[in-house]
Design a protein around this ligand. Structure first.
Ligand SMILES: [Zn+2]
Length: 298
């Protein structure tokens, strides 16, 4: 069920443990600084995690079994608002053309990009999500991992991988494959947890991204992400902390997963719901993930 791996970035087998969570070790490569889970579930076990329950799972409420998204579909309006902003950033770097969203989930981003004039396609490993994207939104979504799908060379102008690379067993190989299917000058956009963020440093083993240790097997910093992209043939154009649109009520609720499960937080949350402000939309930067934009070098 478990496998032991070498460093994906530099190939060394030289690590120090960073922390242990639920029997899994998060380690740091002493040669290049990459942080990863080792040993970890074999890829075929990971695939089994991404079923329908992944996108509507109450596990996030028990504070231990952190995985999946709480009512991903119910949060559609906020997800779309978050994605619209990221699309505008991509469009600053590359003219509209063909876009591939790897791990497209229920297809909200692809739908948005299509409405904005892009020709879109998605990949997804979850049958539930792929079915939703095809049936409800009429999108072209291919089931499987990127390497299974064998797209032709230089097919796309932009490739997006949001909340995906930390799940991928071979990130460097995956990015090289993205480089092959992007045209020269094409853009990749990656969102992934930032292991060097102050939130990660401050929360340590209480950080939600670390708690998802079964499915999150790589924890990049801005430096290791830049280096991995460089090795795969990309030049980083921009790295920023990723912001996100939330409803005020659920955002306050989520504070309890951090350290603010105090009387004041609970009172404020009740007050907000009482006033009917829980569905007010706010743009929050939790300073916990990085948004990376990089260009394929010719
Ligand atoms: Zn290394």
């Amino acid at each position: 069920m478990l496998e032991t791996v070498r460093c994906n970035l530099c190939g060394a087998d030289d690590t120090i443990p960073v922390m242990e969570i639920d029997g899994f070790y998060i380690v740091r490569c002493r040669q290049c600084g990459l942080v990863y889970v080792n040993p970890r579930y074999r890829p075929e076990i990971l695939q089994e995690i991404y079923t329908e329950t992944y996108y509507d799972h109450d596990g996030i409420n028990n504070g231990l079994e952190f995985f999946g998204y709480e009512n991903y579909v119910a949060d559609e309006e906020n997800i779309r608002a978050t994605f619209a902003k990221r699309l505008r950033t991509i469009e600053r770097y590359v003219p509209r053309g063909r876009l591939l969203d790897i791990g497209c989930a229920t297809g909200f981003f692809l739908d948005l990009a299509r409405n904005g004039g892009w020709e879109v396609m998605g990949t997804e490993v979850s049958a539930f999500s792929a079915h939703y994207a095809r049936e409800k939104l009429g999108l072209d979504v291919r089931m499987g991992t990127l390497s299974d799908l064998h797209f032709a060379d230089q097919t796309f102008d932009a490739v997006t991988m949001w909340d995906v690379i930390e799940h991928v067993p071979d990130p460097l190989g995956e990015l090289k494959e993205v480089g092959r299917i992007l045209r020269d000058g094409g853009i990749i956009s990656i969102i992934t947890p930032d292991v060097d963020s102050w939130v990660a440093r401050w929360l340590g083993n209480r950080w939600e991204e670390f708690r998802r240790v079964r499915e999150h097997i790589y924890f990049f910093s801005r430096r290791t992400m830049t280096e991995t992209l460089r090795k795969a043939g990309f030049e980083v154009l921009k790295i920023e902390s990723a912001d996100k649109v939330f409803y005020l009520g659920p955002a306050l609720h989520r504070l309890k997963y951090y350290t603010w499960d105090g009387v004041l937080t609970r009172a404020t949350t009740r007050f907000v719901y009482k006033l009917g402000l829980d569905r007010v939309r706010i743009n929050v930067n939790p300073f916990t993930k990085m948004a990376v934009y990089a260009r394929k070098q010719a």
